[in-house]
Design a protein around this ligand. Structure first.
Ligand code: GAL
Length: 731
């Protein structure tokens, strides 16, 4: 019978090629091959060959089973050795790989597993070969598991709900069976979907699987009454596939069982230019996400991966994310399924197409991505072009053909940056950096990037720039929402990210995010975040530091406020200035346009003493929100917070530790660069720079659990303010 055993614990690591064990450091996966500062480092610092080792006895007896070692991802070329046997190098940092290690194991004794990990930018492996605007940090940065299966077992399952908008959907389940026995095996495959609300469907099939072969069977499950997967109520179901061996006594023996989570939804880009979810047009509003983080590269544990999805959905009010420019963590995608966030996922690559061997790897990536992720209802489109590469008819005909063969239920896109590119996919996905939305030459059509390098913006830039950055996002989204032949637009990008010296601001960061590298908001985050019904969440954020002298030529005119309130009332000190409506004229298509408030030349003039700003937001004539900004601009409080109050004592779990200096009303002071120092007590470590000079008045570290349970306290201090502290539980 199947057993899935987490294999992240008790590894040894050395940042060089093999040596005696005593030189190694004990680590837990996911792991980055080097912890770095959040910027100002050289990519050579993580580009080296390292060695991972693990000594282990089999956690369960074999009992005639096969044992597979499954890697979710390691950057970028892994040579795995188990005892005396070395497998062929796996080339690729973003797709999973697996080895059957059974024949090389000492079933009753000690085993030595070694991974020689080459984290250099190898020109033979996508995305490399030319320059790339992001970093492929090194390490075994995703999970590893040990999988025991019977020699005849389920290799893969693809659950394909059909006719989901009719009263009688059927669930087709493709099951791949592998038989590693020396003789053919007769098997019965049983598929069932059940839930606690009495939806159920079942089917079975009996088949012969030849020796050392793989066959595919398709079950058609009918009869259930299922709820649809929607953005507001993303219903998920579990499909249980069981594999039996019939026997003479008519008592079938259970050989294997696999549970697959899925959802029922219809997602389609139509020739009219629109995207339809479950038969209804849905205007797509999204941002691009890179999987990299400050300090830890891409080695973020499940909790941080899931947090990103929550930020995109709940803080930025998006309905779509693009996993630019590669398949991302299964934990991130799982969370997208759970909260109803659509995903456009694409193969690794950036502008460069390599030789035939490279293209073969890229086709392998198409397969690996689709076979790994086809059961995620959140994924609506496969990206099967190298982002912004030149046309290549043979290559892209092949990637599209393969994607359609593997997954007939989803359309393909392929991101390009020139409008007359050869249209081989189902959806023309286009990076439009024109600072408007150009008229599509083809439909279906979606804008997959805009803004980005056209207007890099730091969270501590001058007010008018950070405000204009936000307005650029708002203008493009507004424009595309008014174009019926455009399905949606995905801005560049969600979070600032580390990059090579050829890109970004020279400190190895591309400041293209609507949030900074710590996932903390710039004003543009509120331009997105405010596009949500105020019944769900009220947003009110003025795009100002409330100072007369920050903008060119001075003044605070106009005052821009991002809010989903119906009306705003503005006060300066005790003086009521007026009541205002959103700027529907400039933004006719945004659900909740920004407010553009003219404070007039008479109100705020040089020499006039500033008073506090107070903005009151109304929904249905009731007060729904208020923001006050202190006119004195003085640091009032050091704030410290964690996203999660409990961590798992697994040596890898992490939460973000956010700190900021705020004014009397809790507004971040974006030009405060005070140094904050941290101390930690208890079974956890701080990851990041300590002490830290604030960036835009804020920043974050990570708290990482050790292996023992207990209470953890983090204390932060900075000159002239009260220290702050926060506690967590490691369980
Ligand atoms: C695009 C590219 C992205 C990023 C962006 C910056 O050309 O696809 O990866 O570099 O520009 O605006």
């Amino acid at each position: 019978m199947r057993a899935i055993i987490p294999f992240n614990q008790d590894w040894l690591f050395l940042p060089e090629e093999a040596a005696p064990d005593d030189r190694f450091e004990a680590i837990t996966l996911p792991h980055t091959n080097v912890v770095l500062p959040h910027h100002n480092f050289d990519d050579a610092e993580y580009q080296f060959i390292s060695t991972y080792r693990k000594r282990f006895a089999l956690p369960e007896p074999l009992n005639g089973r096969r044992v597979y070692l499954d890697f979710d991802g390691a950057m970028i070329a892994s040579t795995v050795t188990i005892n005396e046997h070395t497998f062929e190098e796996y080339r690729g940092g973003y797709t999973p790989f697996s080895f059957d290690i059974t024949d090389y194991l000492n079933p009753d004794g000690d085993n030595l597993l070694t991974v020689r990990l080459d984290s250099n930018e190898r020109k033979d492996i996508p995305p490399f070969g030319f320059v790339v605007d992001y970093l492929a940090f090194g390490g075994i940065y995703r999970d590893v598991t040990l999988r025991y299966v019977a020699p005849c077992h389920v290799q893969r399952v693809f659950v394909r709900p059909q006719n989901v908008l009719t009263g009688s959907p059927n669930i087709e389940v493709d099951v791949w069976l592998a038989n590693q026995n020396d003789t053919a095996q007769q098997c019965t495959v049983l598929g069932a979907v059940e839930d606690d609300q009495n939806a159920e469907a079942e089917a079975s099939v009996t088949i012969d699987v030849p020796a050392h072969d793989t066959v595919k069977v398709t079950l058609s499950l009918t009869g259930g009454e299922f709820r649809l997967w929607t953005l507001d109520e993303p219903a998920l179901y579990a499909c249980l596939v069981q594999l039996y061996r019939p026997n003479a006594q008519d008592e079938p023996v259970l050989l294997d069982h696999v549970t697959t989570r899925f959802g029922l939804r219809e997602a389609e880009f139509r020739p009219d230019g629109g995207f339809y979810l479950n038969g209804e047009r849905l205007d797509l509003v999204g941002l691009n996400r890179h999987q990299t983080y400050p300090y830890i590269g891409a080695a973020a544990p499940a909790r941080l991966q899931r947090l990103d999805a929550d930020i995109l959905k709940h803080e930025l009010s998006l309905n779509l994310a693009r996993t630019s420019h590669y398949p991302q963590s299964p934990h991130f995608l799982d969370r997208c399924d759970e909260i109803g966030l659509l995903v456009f996922e694409e193969i690794p690559g950036w502008q460069h197409i390599g030789d035939e061997d490279w293209q073969t790897l890229s086709l392998r990536d198409v397969r690996a991505m689709i076979e790994r992720d086809w059961n995620h209802p959140s994924i609506i489109l496969w990206g099967v072009r190298i982002n912004e590469s030149q046309d290549n008819e043979a290559f892209y005909t092949a990637t599209n053909k393969l994607a359609h063969e593997l997954d007939p239920t989803r359309q393909t896109g392929g991101v390009r940056n020139f409008p007359d590119s050869q249209f081989l996919e189902d959806v023309f996905t286009f990076n439009d950096f024109s600072n408007t939305v150009v008229e599509p030459l083809y439909t279906p059509y979606m804008v997959t990037e805009f803004n980005g390098h056209m207007f890099p913006t730091k969270s501590y830039d001058q007010e008018e720039r950070v405000m204009e950055h936000a307005l650029r996002h708002a203008r493009i989204q507004d424009k595309q929402l008014g174009m019926p032949n455009v399905a949606g637009a995905i801005g560049w990008c969600a979070f600032d990210y580390n990059t090579h010296q050829e890109f970004g601001s020279g400190d190895r960061i591309c400041y293209h995010g609507v949030m900074d590298i710590f996932r903390l908001p710039k004003y543009a985050a509120y331009a997105y975040g405010s596009q949500v019904n105020p019944n769900q969440q009220v947003v009110l954020q003025a795009a100002t530091v409330w100072s007369m002298g920050d903008r060119s030529e001075g003044g605070i005119d106009p005052l821009i406020v991002f809010s989903n309130c119906e009306e705003l009332e503005v006060f300066i000190g005790d003086e009521r200035i007026g009541r205002y409506q959103p700027d529907r004229e400039t933004f006719p298509h945004l659900p909740y346009p920004p407010f553009k408030i003219s404070l007039g030349p008479g109100l705020l003039t040089w020499g006039r003493r500033m008073a506090d700003l107070r903005i009151v937001g109304y929904v249905a004539d009731e007060i729904a929100a208020e923001q006050c900004i202190a006119a004195d601009g003085l640091p009032y409080e050091l704030q410290l917070a964690v996203d999660a109050a409990e961590l798992d004592a697994d040596g890898a779990d992490m939460t973000r530790l956010v700190f900021r200096i705020v004014d009397r009303y809790g507004n971040r002071l974006p030009y405060t660069n005070q140094v904050v120092s941290f101390e930690i007590d208890g079974p956890a470590d701080l990851i990041g720079e300590n002490p830290f000079a604030l960036i835009g008045g804020q920043a974050a570290l990570f708290v990482k659990a050790q292996h023992q349970p207990g209470r953890v306290t983090v204390r932060a201090s900075t000159p002239r303010l009260q220290p702050a502290s926060v506690t967590l539980t490691i369980r």
